[in-house]
Design a protein around this ligand. Structure first.
Ligand code: ATP
Length: 337
């Protein structure tokens, strides 16, 4: 039995959480992989109700679980996810961009992953005013850079793909901070002679994601660049509705969709649950590897292929050119599982 904590979030978060619960319950009932799900509150609603976007009870329950699933939260996102990433030392943010059939996508042959450093850069919240100027501290350490570089090379080693790591930075302008990131990645690359290593400036990477996205395998980059590039890479393969993410540390992991709370479509039963459901697949992979539980990994593969087959058959939500509602799409997934 795996204990799963679930932050239900804001905007489309609660609808997507119902979809996740329905799929996990189906796996629990029919595929004999047992889950104990605890729903938790964090985000804008928690802030207005309790004065705290990340209540202590939520943090305590997350720490007692085997893994956390987090739906998107609204304006208070920085007080929830950025805090959790640092508090739980979830240093690797893994954002795959993979082609699915019949997507409104630029290409249909993409299989890449962005490995984003998740604990430092401009996300440490060290901003202040200095007279009429505003200052933000951009912290890049050698230890964190080497740790994320190692994660990227290990990912490239395990993937059944072209065995390439592209280190993305802007060291021609940020010579000290990105200079350290680039050097750290270069140093780590020497331990992986079988993996092709290249470096690319972030502006060139943004262009190449449109021009030649098929050339990428594993991209390793700093926190802010990773945030921006992963929205772009998700659009290359069909949009935010198909983009999952994992925040991974040495002992714990948290899974979420790449997208935000999408208030513009909240409560309409039209949100695409696939990104959050594909995050379940990433969670099952991680749990399976951590606990040496091959059943977990197999069920995760089955969930992914069920989503793949469903969109291939033309059953899709509005954002990717279909007509199914969130609940209809979810029911098809649970029926087909
Ligand atoms: P954040 O800054 O928190 O990541 P954002 O401002 O980038 O959020 P999102 O909430 O991610 O915005 O939404 C961007 C656009 O994508 C919106 O128009 C939204 O409707 C659409 N969108 C996001 N997620 C989904 C989804 N699961 N299904 C359908 N459309 C979505």
């Amino acid at each position: 039995m795996y204990k799963i904590s679930l932050i239900t979030g804001d905007g489309i978060g609660p609808e997507l959480s119902e979809s996740v619960i329905s799929v996990l319950n189906t796996i629990h009932d029919r595929l004999d992989l047992k889950f104990d799900i605890t729903k938790l509150s964090a985000g804008d609603k928690a802030l207005s109700e309790t004065g705290n976007a990340l209540p202590d009870e939520t943090v305590a329950a997350i720490k007692q679980s085997d893994a956390c699933m987090k739906a998107p939260v609204g304006e208070s996102a920085a007080d929830v996810i950025v805090v959790l990433r640092r508090m739980l030392d979830l240093y690797a943010n893994i954002r795959p961009a993979k082609s699915y059939p019949h997507m409104p996508a630029l290409r249909d042959d993409i299989d890449m992953v962005i490995v984003r450093e998740n604990t430092e850069d401009l996300y440490t919240g060290k901003e202040f005013s200095l007279g009429n100027a505003s200052v933000a501290l951009r912290i890049i350490s050698e230890a964190a850079s080497k740790r994320i570089a190692k994660y990227a090379f290990e990912t490239a080693t395990q993937r059944d793909s072209m065995k390439k790591v592209t280190c993305v930075h802007k060291s021609n302008v940020m010579r000290v901070t990105d200079g350290m990131f680039a050097k750290s990645c270069t140093d780590v690359s020497k331990d992986y002679p079988d993996i092709t290593f290249e470096q690319m400036y972030v502006d060139a990477c943004a262009m190449n994601l449109i021009r030649q996205p098929e050339q990428f395998d594993v991209v390793v980059t700093t926190n802010l660049f990773g945030d921006i590039l992963s929205d772009e890479s998700s659009q290359v393969v069909g949009g935010l509705g198909m983009a999952p993410a994992a925040n991974i540390g040495d002992n714990f992991a948290l899974f979420e969709p790449v997208h935000g709370a999408a208030f513009d479509i909240a409560g309409q039963n039209i949100a695409n649950p696939s990104s959050f459901l594909l995050s379940i697949k990433m969670m099952l992979d991680w749990l399976g590897n951590k606990h040496n539980d091959s059943k977990c990994v197999k069920v995760g593969e089955r969930l992914e292929s069920t989503i793949f087959d469903l969109v291939k058959s033309g059953v899709k939500t509005k954002d990717i050119g279909g007509t199914s509602s969130t609940t209809e799409f979810t029911k098809q997934i649970t029926d087909n599982l």
